[in-house]
Design a protein. Structure first.
Length: 131
């Protein structure tokens, strides 16, 4: 499962920087291609360290739940983990982000990235018949 998560992280790194500037075009007040570069720069460590860990944890927790739909449970845990990205972002980069409420820049980026990671992981799992 770890190998599939690393593959999903690699594929997600080719998708996330191109999609996020479309969803949040005014986030950095830069052009599209400049935003792609900024997202790509920050996405590499975040997706590999935080995203892969959250994805492994969500798969583990979804297998332990009594619900029938393990895939939807895993998506829910991915979204919670993506939304909680605001905590390490706020502690490491911008403590003032906590003043802007529950749905702010960091939590929206986390939710979008977690959704893209989950979709990529599910497609790879379906393609390679591992999940």
């Amino acid at each position: 499962m770890l190998f599939q998560k690393i593959q999903s992280a690699l594929f997600s790194l080719f998708i996330i920087p191109f999609v996020l500037p479309l969803v949040l075009p005014d986030a950095f007040e830069l052009s599209y291609w400049q935003s792609v570069l900024v997202y790509a720069l920050f996405a590499v460590p975040v997706v590999f360290l935080y995203g892969t860990t959250i994805s492994l944890l969500s798969e583990y927790l979804s297998e332990k739940t009594p619900f029938r739909s393990k895939r939807m449970t895993s998506l829910f845990y991915h979204l919670i983990g993506g939304w909680l990205f605001v905590i390490p972002y706020g502690l490491l980069f911008d403590p003032s982000i906590f003043e802007s409420g529950l749905f702010n820049f960091a939590s929206l980026i986390g939710l979008m990235s977690a959704t893209l990671f989950f979709i990529t992981d599910q497609l790879l799992g379906h393609y390679f018949k591992t999940s």
